[in-house]
Design a protein around this ligand. Structure first.
Ligand SMILES: [Zn+2]
Length: 519
C-alpha cells in the first residue's frame, strides 16, 4: 500500500472526494505536461525523458505490449510502467512523474534502437570525398543506434569516431570497430598473423574482420583473437576455407553467405565453366548465382547444425545482392530522388574498377538463377534458426545500389520474405545483433537498466516494416490517403534525434553537392 492510500483511508468521504479532486487535478496538470509538454531538444540529452503511451516491441522475440510509459534518465532506461486501461480512463493510473522532455507516443511503437551488424563508415567513394555526416544522419534517421563497422581502410579513424560518438561529440550511432585484418602490409606468415591481431587489440579494436584467408593464417589469427577476447566476423570468399573452418576455429559470425553452400558441395568445388576467372567481378557474381543449387541439401543441414553447435552466427546481408536478381528495382529506388549523394550515385554506376559495380551485360538468365539462389538461401536461413542458430541483420550499404540505413530496412523486408515472423525480424536486428556483439546485457532490449537506445516509430512495424523507411508510407484513413510512417525519434545513449529533421539536413546536403557537381 502506498502512503497516499493510507491518508485517504483516514479521511471522511467529502474530504476524500476533495482530496481525490486535487490529486486528479494535479495528475491532469502533469498529463497536460505529458501530452503537450516540452518536446525533446534535437541532439541534447534531457535529464529525464518520458515517453508516454507507447506500444513496445522488445528485442527478445516477444509480442508487442502496451501502452506503457518509459522513463529515461541520463543514458539509461530507468522505469517502464505498463498502463492499466481502466485506471487510465478513470484518471487514477499511477504514472511516472513528468520529465523535462516528453514524447507522446500514442498510436506509435517503441523498439530498441536498430543495430546494423554489417556496416562500413565511408568518407569517400571511388576516391571522391563524401561527407561523413551524410551517412551518420541517415543511419540515425533510419533508427540505427549501433553499427558494427566491419573493415575500414583506416582503423584508427574509426576508433576516433567511436570515441567522439561515445562522448556525444558527434551525432552518430554507437560504433563497434571490427578492424580489417588484411590492411596493408597484408600478413603473410603465421607469426605476422598473430602479430597483426596483437597490434589491432592494442589499437583498441573491438573485433576482427577477415576476408578471403588461407587456413594456416586463419587458424593462427583466430587462436590469437580468442586469447585476446576479440570477436571475429568472417566474409568467406571462394577460398580454401569454408564454413567448416569457422565451425572448427570458433568464428563469431559468418558474413553474407559464401562458405556455407561451399561447405555443402559434395565434390568440394563448384562446377565453374572453364573460362571462369574469380578476379573478374562479372564472372564472380554471375556464377555465385549458381552456388546454392550446387549445395547438397543433406550436407547443408549438417553444416547448419554444426554452426549452431559451435555458436557461429550468420549475418546474411540479403539486401546487398538484390540487384543481381532484380537490377531494375535496385536502380530505381524511390529515395534516390532526394537523398542519393552524387558521390555514391557515381560509385554505383557499372564500372569494372569499382567493387560491386559489375552490371555490364547482366541478363535475364542471370536474374533467374539469382532468384532461385535466393529461394534456397532463404530456406537455409529459416532452417538455421529453427535448429537454434542466431541470425543477425546488416546491410553492407555503400555498395551495389544500397544506401546507408535504407539498406538495413530493406534487409528486414527480405528477412520477412524468407519466412520469418516480423517479431523475429525485429529480434534479428536488435537482440540478436546485440548478442553477436557480446552486448546483450545492455543493448538490444527495451528493458529497465538497459542503455537508452530507443526508437519511436510512426506506425506498427509488425504490420508493415516499410513504416521504418524515413520516406514513410501512405495509409487509408476515413477514405483518404494519409502520409505517415518513419522513425520520429531515434534516442541513442539518451540523446534524442528527430528523424524528419535529420532527413531535411540530408536532403539539403545532397542538393548542395548536386549543385556543386553540375557543370
Ligand atoms: Zn562489407
Amino acid at each position: 500500500m502506498s502512503r497516499d492510500s493510507k491518508i485517504f483511508g483516514a479521511m471522511s468521504s467529502p474530504k476524500l472526494l476533495l482530496m481525490v479532486g486535487i490529486v486528479l487535478g494535479f495528475l491532469i496538470g502533469r498529463m497536460g505536461n505529458a501530452q503537450g509538454g516540452p518536446l525533446p531538444i534535437h541532439g541534447k540529452r534531457a535529464t529525464r525523458l518520458v515517453i508516454r503511451n507507447a506500444m513496445i516491441v522488445d528485442g527478445n522475440g516477444t509480442p508487442a505490449s502496451g501502452p506503457a510509459d518509459i522513463v529515461v534518465e541520463g543514458n539509461h532506461i530507468v522505469q517502464i510502467v505498463f498502463l492499466d486501461p481502466v485506471a487510465v480512463r478513470s484518471g487514477v493510473a499511477r504514472r511516472p512523474a513528468a520529465g523535462d522532455a516528453e514524447i507522446d507516443a500514442t498510436g506509435k511503437y517503441v523498439l530498441p534502437g536498430l543495430i546494423d551488424a554489417h556496416a562500413h563508415v565511408q568518407e569517400e567513394r571511388g576516391g571522391i570525398p563524401q561527407p561523413l555526416q551524410y551517412e551518420l544522419d541517415i543511419w540515425l534517421a533510419c533508427g540505427i543506434t549501433t553499427v558494427r563497422e566491419v573493415g575500414a581502410d583506416n582503423t584508427q579513424s574509426i576508433i576516433d569516431l567511436r570515441g567522439r560518438s561515445a562522448r556525444g561529440e558527434v551525432a552518430s550511432p554507437r560504433i563497434f570497430v571490427y578492424a580489417r585484418y588484411s590492411n596493408p602490409p597484408v600478413p603473410k606468415t603465421v607469426d605476422e598473423a598473430r602479430q597483426r591481431i596483437r597490434d589491432l587489440k592494442k589499437m583498441g579494436a573491438d573485433g576482427i574482420k577477415i576476408l578471403g584467408i588461407d587456413r594456416d593464417l586463419m587458424t593462427a589469427m583466430e587462436d590469437e583473437s580468442h586469447k585476446l577476447g576479440l570477436r571475429i566476423a568472417h566474409h568467406v570468399g571462394v577460398e580454401e576455407t569454408t564454413a567448416w573452418d569457422d565451425i572448427h576455429l570458433g568464428t563469431t559470425s559468418i558474413e553474407h553467405w559464401y562458405g556455407i553452400p561451399d561447405a555443402a558441395i559434395k565434390d568440394r568445388v563448384q562446377n565453374f565453366p572453364s573460362g571462369y576467372n574469380y578476379r573478374n567481378e562479372v564472372d564472380r557474381f554471375r556464377w555465385a548465382g549458381h552456388l546454392w543449387r550446387e549445395a547438397d541439401s543433406a550436407k547443408l543441414m549438417q553444416v547448419l547444425d554444426s554452426m549452431v553447435a559451435s555458436h557461429v552466427a550468420w549475418v546474411p546481408t540479403l539486401d546487398i545482392y538484390e540487384a543481381s536478381r532484380d537490377l531494375q528495382r535496385a536502380r530505381t529506388q524511390p529515395w534516390f530522388a532526394d537523398y542519393l549523394h552524387p558521390t555514391l550515385e557515381d560509385y554505383f554506376r557499372p564500372d569494372p574498377s569499382k567493387h560491386g559495380s559489375y552490371f555490364i551485360g547482366w541478363t535475364s538468365t542471370d536474374e533467374t538463377f539469382w532468384k532461385e539462389n535466393y529461394r534456397i538461401w532463404e530456406n537455409a536461413l529459416r532452417e538455421f534458426e529453427r535448429r537454434g542458430g542466431v541470425i543477425g541483420a546488416g546491410d553492407d550499404a555503400g555498395f551495389i545500389y544500397q544506401m546507408y540505413g535504407f539498406g538495413l530496412i530493406r534487409e528486414l523486408e527480405l528477412h520477412q520474405e524468407a519466412g520469418f515472423h516480423p517479431i523475429k525480424v525485429i529480434q534479428h536486428v536488435t537482440g540478436n545483433n546485440a548478442k553477436i556483439l557480446g552486448e546483450e546485457g545492455r543493448l538490444g532490449r527495451v528493458r529497465t537498466g538497459y542503455l537508452a537506445d530507443l526508437i519511436v516509430v510512426n506506425g506498427n512495424p509488425l504490420e508493415n516494416l516499410k513504416v521504418l523507411y524515413p520516406t514513410g508510407v501512405e495509409e487509408m484513413r476515413d477514405g483518404k490517403a494519409v502520409k505517415t510512417g518513419g522513425v520520429e525519434w531515434t534516442i541513442k545513449d539518451g540523446i534524442p534525434y528527430n528523424g524528419p529533421k535529420l532527413m531535411a539536413e540530408v536532403k539539403e546536403m545532397v542538393r548542395q553537392a548536386r549543385a556543386a557537381t553540375t557543370h
